[in-house]
Design a protein around this ligand. Structure first.
Ligand SMILES: C[S@@+](CC[C@H](N)C(=O)[O-])C[C@H]1O[C@@H](n2cnc3c(N)ncnc32)[C@H](O)[C@@H]1O
Length: 444
């Protein structure tokens, strides 16, 4: 089998698994394993591109297939989607794209599909403009988003929804956070420059760096020594908002994989204690691994933060970071499988879960203490509306408005949308931040 066919075969298997419910992060390592750097890049591009344009490609394919393929031939169905992706979005020579896609069917052990693939792809080449024009009347296909999510975005962001969905389908920037305990940003930028890697400071952050080119993370200077972490600029806004000081007891309520846990420890080395709670033990192990690489320490607890009676020692916290489980609709550009997996009912379930976690952790905060509520969602039900409802029902919660030149004020907090907003050429992920302070008088 040629390397070309292998990339397409692997991408088709991965796309088939994701379209049947597997998470992209669970299938990606095997799909890329053992490939040369060039083939890795191409396979990665096929998988991410196929997911970013999934609804669009499905609509085109539906217009080309006389009847749907059998469920057991999901791999061939996905190979066809990837063939259409190559012909419509990549600068691969059409003849080579068709040939290698047909070869990939043989590699999948389905030589019978060679004729079908050849016919469908050649038919697309002939009818491309007619088929693409038909998509204009189908918003889900045109924007490659599920219809229900488009409707919610239109409702929440009537002026920005189109920019949001277009940004969701683009490749995200690659950003780092320099480990403040090991050095400063200027010093690390010099090390990158010495290694021939183009990079620039990340706006709104003290230790953020944006790489101007693709890079293999574990080959960047100081990776093994823990001199930096990969983290989007939006996530780097959490630690400064907590107002950390020496001697504080801090709760990181939903910790894995530990990006913000590490940032808290890097920001304030003299905390009395940082307790990092995570529900899932395998994800807690990722927190442990990340802290080990960065040479940082915290008290790691596997538990349900919604049931403090199972793990809390009764000593109040000065600061609480609640980086709540959410729809992750602000990071679709990094996790395009979200568009295939999320369902409308998930949003209701998640908003109930978030409300329950807010209610559960609030009593753990000392009077005068601060809680930072965070999501990587762009849906107002999980963000401004969630926090406003909490402030309404909780007599001791006071919003502490965030004075910042990023994002936009919404409810008690600020919303970042992953779009170019005139200030930043390179938009950050879609996050929501709200600071709440606890009244000194518990009876207030
Ligand atoms: C948005 S992620 C946190 C990201 C993390 N703060 C970071 O910056 O790397 C939410 C995490 O909360 C965890 N989680 C969900 N429900 C939880 C619960 N009831 N108690 C503790 N952790 C929970 C999830 O497993 C997930 O790892």
């Amino acid at each position: 089998m040629t390397a070309d066919a292998s990339s397409r075969e692997r991408a088709a298997r991965a796309l088939a698994a994701v379209s049947q419910g597997a998470s992209l992060s669970s299938v990606l390592p095997a799909a890329l394993e053992g490939l040369t750097a060039q083939d890795r890049g191409f396979t990665h591009e096929l998988i991410y591109g196929g997911l970013r344009q999934y609804q669009r490609l499905e609509a085109i394919l539906a217009g080309l297939l006389r009847q749907p393929l059998k469920p057991r031939d999901r791999d061939i169905h996905c190979l066809l989607l990837l063939g259409l992706y190559q012909l419509s979005a990549l600068e691969v020579k059409p003849y080579a794209a068709v040939h290698a896609t047909v070869e990939a069917a043989r590699a999948l052990g389905k030589a019978w599909a060679a004729k079908l693939i050849n016919g469908v792809l050649r038919n697309y080449q002939r009818r491309a403009s007619e088929l693409e024009a038909q998509l204009q009347g189908d918003p889900s296909a045109r924007y490659s988003h599920p219809a229900w999510l488009l409707a919610r975005l239109q409702q929440d962001w009537p002026h920005d929804w189109e920019a949001i969905v277009e940004a969701n389908n683009r490749q995200p920037p690659l950003s780092l956070r320099v480990n403040a305990r090991h050095g400063d940003r200027a010093g690390y930028l010099e090390r990158l420059a010495a290694a021939g890697i183009q990079a620039a400071p990340l706006a709104h952050t003290s230790h953020g760096i944006r790489l101007e080119q693709t890079a293999t993370i574990d080959r960047l200077p100081g990776y093994a020594e823990g001199d930096f972490s990969v983290q989007d600029g939006a996530a780097q806004l959490a630690a400064p908002l907590l107002g950390l000081a020496p001697g504080q007891r801090v709760l990181d309520a939903c910790a894995a994989p530990g990006g913000k846990t590490a940032h808290l420890l890097e920001t304030e080395p003299a905390l009395q204690e940082l307790v990092a709670v995570e529900l899932e033990s395998d994800r807690l192990q990722r927190v442990r691994d990340n802290l080990d690489r960065l040479r940082l320490q915290a008290r790691l607890v596997q538990g349900d933060v919604g049931r403090p009676q199972d793990w809390w020692d009764g000593a109040p916290f000065d600061r609480i970071l609640l980086d709540a489980p959410c729809s992750a609709t602000g990071v679709i550009r990094r996790h395009p499988d979200i568009k295939l997996h999320r369902r409308p009912a998930d949003i209701d379930r998640l908003t109930r879960l978030q409300a329950g976690l807010l209610d559960a952790v609030w009593p753990l905060l000392r009077p005068g203490g601060r809680l930072l509520y965070v999501t990587c969602s762009v849906l107002r039900a999980e963000n401004a509306l969630q926090v406003d409802a909490f402030v309404q029902r909780c007599a001791t919660a006071r919003p502490a408005p965030i004075a910042a030149d990023w994002g936009r004020a919404d409810g008690a907090g600020r919303q970042l949308l992953p779009i170019v907003n005139g200030v930043d050429a390179a938009p950050m992920d879609g996050f929501y931040y709200a600071c709440l302070e606890k009244a000194m008088d518990e009876a207030a």
